[in-house]
Design a protein around this ligand. Structure first.
Ligand code: LCS
Length: 394
């Protein structure tokens, strides 16, 4: 294969994790080994000293893990990827590599609930301050920046309210203030959005979602844009030890081969489900960047190649109506997580964002009645019919 980085996303998805194999295996084998044998004592010493390239110990590097790290780095247009045991481990690794005691963080208020706790509780133990702001409001971001701000962290579309942040404008504010910008690209996947192209310094994924796509792995990735950042983050990863294992790497690399066609389907079906909900009399409001009524519609269209498969909506009957709907669906699965082949429905206030508490949710615009749906790749007519029969019971 010639330069994979010059290929289209469809081709990269299929080929980016492939590597030369001594036996000609088309699919990279699973190196289910914790350690690697040295040829002799000098060889082992040379590997440890970095004088020779090769594998030592799986926490530090493993061929199967490298396959998925390379695939995500290629897809995001980054220098390298560092595989992690979960999306939360990837967020922790990225933040810890940038922050030092006394620093301040500006973070989107619309983020996966436990990220609020990670910064507010765990990182605050290390004397790090955080301000959660509506990052769709650039003036609010500028106002929140202080001389101590070293990190601006963005989720766009944000979980679960689908708030859109202008990535290029945000990177400019962060860099002018002397801060790095990290972007959690889990909701979009690199098929729809590549934050490094818009000025981000690092990209984070929960590979549990679209990248793996089959709801059978928990894993994460940090993508960096240069050698210096790679050395820093890889060193931290070796020290913290929250790495991905070979078998999960194999599964995610397999999932990535169909990422482009899956995302295309999530995207097309997402638009249809959002349009259905938007005109339904029992639906009060729909949050989906593909709808022209979404305040971030134009910014999203400028920086991403599609609105994706995540939709949040509120019923006119509020919380009680939402519960009836969630208890009435027959095809959609009542479960947290997202980005898998199956349609999932869940209640952010009581589930994914429960840990934020009522005040945190109020600030982030997560109402008690909000319902979030991750549109899967089933027959979209059947997904809509299922929601329709559920809404009839409301
Ligand atoms: N980033 C985003 C945007 C997420 O949505 C999640 C998990 C994470 C990071 C953490 O990744 P994990 O450690 O779970 O691999 N989001 C979930 C959600 O919305 N429902 O269940 C999990």
């Amino acid at each position: 294969m010639d330069d994979i980085r010059k290929r289209s996303k469809d081709t990269q998805c299929v080929h980016a994790s492939l590597m030369e194999d001594a036996n000609g295996a088309v699919v990279p084998p699973i190196y289910q080994t914790s350690t690697f044998k040295f040829r002799n004592a000098d060889h082992g010493a040379a590997l440890f000293a970095g004088r020779e390239k090769g594998y030592i110990y799986t926490r530090m590097g493993n061929p199967t893990v490298e396959g998925v790290e390379k695939a995500v780095a290629v897809l995001e247009g980054g220098y390298a990827g560092i595989g992690c045991g979960s999306g939360m481990a990837a967020l922790h690794l990225a933040f810890a590599s940038i922050l030092r005691a006394g620093d301040h963080v500006v973070c989107s208020e619309s983020v996966y609930g436990p990220v609020v706790g990670l910064l507010n509780v765990q990182f605050s133990n290390f004397d790090i301050d955080v301000s959660f702001v509506d990052t769709s409001d650039l003036e609010a971001v500028k106002a929140a920046m202080t001389p101590k701000t070293k990190l601006v962290h963005v989720e766009t579309p944000g979980n679960p309210t689908l708030v859109i942040t202008d990535l290029a404008a945000m990177a400019k504010i962060a860099h002018e203030g002397g801060a790095k910008m990290t972007v959690d690209n889990t909701f979009m996947s690199p098929v729809l959005q590549r934050p490094l192209e818009h000025g981000a310094d690092m990209v984070i994924h929960s590979m549990t979602k679209f990248l793996n796509g089959h709801a059978d792995v928990v894993a994460g990735m940090v993508v960096v844009k240069d050698e210096d950042a790679y050395r820093l983050v890889r060193g931290m990863s070796n020290a913290f030890g929250g790495t991905i294992d070979p078998f999960n790497s194999f599964l995610v690399a397999r999932g990535i081969k169909t990422l482009a066609i899956r995302v295309q389907r999530h995207n097309e079906s997402g638009k249809k489900v959002a349009a259905f909900l938007d005109t339904h009399p029992k639906v009060e409001s729909v949050m989906y960047p593909g709808l022209e009524s979404h305040p971030g519609h134009d910014v999203h269209a400028k920086q991403a190649d599609g609105p994706g498969g995540l939709i949040s909506f509120e019923l006119t009957g509020g919380l009680e109506a939402g519960k009836v709907l969630m208890d009435s669906v027959k095809l959609c699965v009542l479960a947290v997580s997202l980005g898998g082949v199956e349609t999932l429905i869940q209640h952010p206030a009581a589930m994914t964002h429960a840990s934020m508490g009522p005040e945190g949710r109020r600030q982030a615009g997560i109402t008690d009645g909000l319902v979030r749906i991750s549109v899967g790749i089933e027959d979209v007519g059947e997904i809509i019919a299922d929601l329709e029969q559920g809404l009839e019971k409301v």
